[in-house]
Design a protein around this ligand. Structure first.
Ligand SMILES: Nc1ncnc2c1ncn2[C@@H]1O[C@H](COP(=O)(O)OP(=O)(O)O)[C@@H](O)[C@H]1O
Ligand SMILES: [Mg+2]
Length: 221
């Protein structure tokens, strides 16, 4: 198993009030699998994605990433997973508005360090890969929604991660553009990457190996 989640809970404490966002999730994902996660708003999808991407920690339960307990990892090891093993794509793209497309894509590589020319080359190559070879100098405001999301996918891919996590990546796109992004994810899967995609898009079942349904913080299938 690449990802092995055992009885994970997440409780958010809001003053006196506790929100039980995840109430015992068990999930195994093998290398190269394509998993779609669906469920109503507020069911815990984003909370689960943040834990899978090591952006947040569960309240209880065990998360094994490549057979290592995430709980026991050092800050450096966690940063390494976030930077090199996992690429995250968000519904709202999360691009920096003042940076050109290629500069947005370079960011994760700049954090990791390395030669500037090599970093530039890699960013341009990945932008080409997602079909934006002729838009590399555009800023986010000069791009369509679908193009912005392609830049975000390129940024997620730039470190060549084995896992892509996408939280409602087509939620802000029209059906046709969303379909193109889903095609792009399909091609990443065919390259052998592991994909975990939160989506309400019924067409996703054409692409995904498994659909995981979540409701009130519990998997229902
Ligand atoms: N940072 C937070 N603090 C407190 N409550 C939160 C926080 N994030 C999410 N929640 C609550 O946890 C539940 C699950 O949220 P979320 O994982 O975002 O669901 P989804 O992505 O399926 O819409 C919701 O009730 C939400 O209000
Ligand atoms: Mg969400």
């Amino acid at each position: 198993m690449l990802i092995d989640v055992k009885d994970i809970t997440k409780i958010y404490k809001m003053g006196e009030v506790e929100v039980h966002a995840l109430r015992g999730i068990n999930l195994g994902i093998k290398e190269g699998e394509y998993i779609a996660i669906t469920g109503p708003s507020g069911s815990g999808k984003s909370t689960l994605m943040h834990i899978l991407g090591c952006l947040d920690t569960p309240t209880s339960g065990t998360y094994l990433f490549r057979a290592k307990k995430v709980h026991d990892l050092s800050e450096d090891e966690l940063a390494n997973i976030r930077n090199r093993e996992v690429g995250f794509v968000f519904q709202t793209f999360n691009l920096l508005p003042r940076l050109k497309a290629y500069e947005n894509v370079e960011l994760p590589l700049l954090y990791a360090g390395g030669r500037a020319a090599k970093i530039r080359d890699r960013a341009l190559k990945v932008l080409h890969r997602v079909g934006l070879g002729d838009r590399v100098n555009h800023r986010p405001t000069e791009l369509s929604g679908g193009e912005r999301q392609r830049v975000a996918v390129a940024r997620a891919l730039v470190n060549n991660p084995r896992v892509i996590l996408a939280d409602e990546p087509t939620g802000n796109l029209d059906t046709k553009t969303g379909g193109e992004i889903m095609e792009l994810f399909g091609s990443l899967h065919r390259e052998g990457r592991t994909l975990i995609v939160v989506t309400h898009d019924p067409e996703v079942s054409d692409y995904a190996d498994h659909i995981v349904r979540i409701r009130d913080g519990i998997l229902t299938n």
